[in-house]
Write a protein that binds this ligand. Structure first.
Ligand code: ADP
Ligand code: ZN
Ligand code: MG
Length: 477
């Protein structure tokens, strides 16, 4: 395998939307999904003479992100103009930060399949405003421009060239998303464009110490595609180098349908942004109080929470990973346990039915923790089977109520009553004389068939723990 001689090196630049109500430099709403060009004003339209004012909440959230990512937050940073021409950029420049960013020197640990726990360095975190959006599918043969996003506050988070595989890049992004969601910095919703990734990738011969020439892959809008796009680009680079060629430093676009990457048209590629300090804004100075307040606003982060769930409840690391994936889910799990459920079954229900239901209802965990704990208790006590409990759960999620009452109303409470059991067993044996004869002739594995028939006849109400025993008694007497 030729690829085995090469090492992959990846660094990521991630833009996340800071979850403020208004834009970075004006009072317009930053909400997603409004009618095109309705959330705009002279500032974010770039009209001459309009002056920006800084949104303090955006800066607070960026500070919080920087602290959650263990960065050094600079008390003083500087806004800079990044100049380029594009139809969705009415001012002709974006206000960003360049030589003096808000924060530097952080890190984020993630778990690598190959290398275990790895800490990616966060080289820098700076604030900037988003551009508008070009819409290519609204009008025939024309491009429309929506400036609702123009001026929406972003944090850009840049890692060192620290990832050694596309899988690691993806694992880091998942960890980043978790931290930022926990900290309440961003919803990191890829579909709404509130998390976007530019991925830089190069390859070098194993053992080489210098980095190879990198390309930058853009246009990646899902974590699965990050992994795919980087895999495809790595293979392309290796093929070029093995054929004796050289890698050209350029921007590549990922084409999902073709599962291929192509160079971006060079016209759009000019990297000369002519940065200079933004003359309309003073340097950004962070008050001491903000640092303390934002540090205090950061809850227990996912990595710490995972360790605690493993230590305190004896959860398998894998379960702890799933339960901590979204803020709120771990709290829910802990509330179910606090209401009396054993940790492992509680985790199974949270990871299974509860999350499946939440995924279909905007993330809402619709069954109250105490109710789920009561349902789990019914299973433990033998009153309902796990299968039946899942049906009860569905009703509880839709309509609420008491698990016992719902199970009874659905006729799902198991009957341990021996009279009823005996009747079902007799009915089944009478209905299947041929199988009874075969069983008596030595085909004892038919027991499972009879158990199934009894469960069916009883509509699931027979206690499955009692049925085999009773059948055996009848068949072998
Ligand atoms: P540029 O000036 O082209 O933007 P930077 O030095 O700012 O390059 O790095 C941008 C991103 O690319 C960072 O995440 C960095 O870690 C990553 N990077 C830099 N050099 C390489 C390389 N040779 N291979 C892979 N990633 C790289
Ligand atoms: Zn505006
Ligand atoms: Mg750069």
């Amino acid at each position: 395998m030729a690829g085995a001689m090469w090492e992959t090196v990846i660094g990521l630049e991630t833009h996340v939307q800071l979850q403020t109500r208004s834009k970075m430099f004006c009072g317009c709403s930053s909400a997603f999904g409004a009618r095109p060009n309705t959330n705009v004003c002279p500032v974010c339209l770039g009209l001459p003479g309009a002056l920006p004012t800084v949104n303090g909440q955006a800066i607070r959230l960026a500070v919080r992100a920087a602290l959650a990512l263990e960065c050094r937050v600079h008390r003083r940073s500087v806004f800079a103009r990044k100049n380029y021409f594009y139809p969705d950029l009415p001012k002709g420049y974006q206000i960003s930060q360049y030589e003096e960013p808000l924060a530097t020197d952080g890190g984020l640990t993630f778990s690598s399949a190959d290398r275990g726990t790895v800490r990616a360095t966060i080289v820098r975190l700076h604030v900037e405003e988003d551009a508008g959006k070009s819409l290519h599918d609204r009008m025939p043969r024309a491009t429309a421009v929506d400036l609702n996003r123009s001026g929406v506050p972003l944090a850009e988070i840049v890692t060192g060239p620290d990832f050694r595989s596309p899988q690691e890049a993806r694992a880091y992004l998942l960890a980043l998303k978790e931290v930022l969601q926990y900290a309440g910095v961003s919803d990191c919703d890829l579909e709404k464009g509130s998390l976007r990734v530019d991925a830089n990738v190069s390859v070098r011969r194993i053992g080489a110490t210098e980095l190879g020439t990198k390309t930058e892959v853009k246009n990646i809008n899902s974590f699965a595609f990050v992994e795919k796009a980087l895999g495809v680009e790595r293979e392309r680079q290796i093929a070029v180098l093995e054929a004796g060629g050289t890698i050209e430093q350029q921007t590549m676009l990922f084409d999902v349908k073709a599962n291929a990457v192509r160079p971006q048209r060079t016209k759009e590629e000019s990297k000369d942004y002519r940065y200079f300090p933004e003359p309309d804004l003073p340097p950004l100075v962070i008050p001491d109080a903000w640092l303390d307040q934002e540090r205090a606003a950061i809850p227990e982060l996912p990595a710490a929470k995972r360790e605690r769930l493993v230590a305190r409840y004896g959860l398998p690391a894998q379960d702890a990973g799933v339960v901590t994936q979204a803020p709120g889910v771990a709290d829910y799990f802990e509330a179910v346990v606090a209401a009396g459920a054993d940790p492992k079954p509680a985790a199974n229900w949270v990871m299974g039915e509860a999350l499946a239901d939440a995924n279909q209802h905007d993330g809402a965990l619709r069954v109250a923790p105490a109710t789920l704990a009561a349902l789990i208790a019914l299973i433990k006590g033998g009153a309902v089977s796990t299968q039946a409990a899942k049906r009860v759960f569905t009703v509880l999620a839709e309509r609420g109520g008491d698990p016992q009452a719902v199970a009874e109303s659905l006729g799902l409470v198991q009957v341990a009553d021996t009279d009823a059991l005996a009747r079902w067993v007799n009915d089944v044996l009478a209905a299947h004389p041929a199988e009874v004869a075969r069983y008596k002739g030595g085909e004892v594995k038919l027991l499972a068939f009879f158990v199934g028939q009894v469960m069916k006849t009883s509509k699931g109400k027979a206690d499955p723990k009692l049925v085999p025993e009773l059948l055996r008694q009848r068949l072998e007497s």
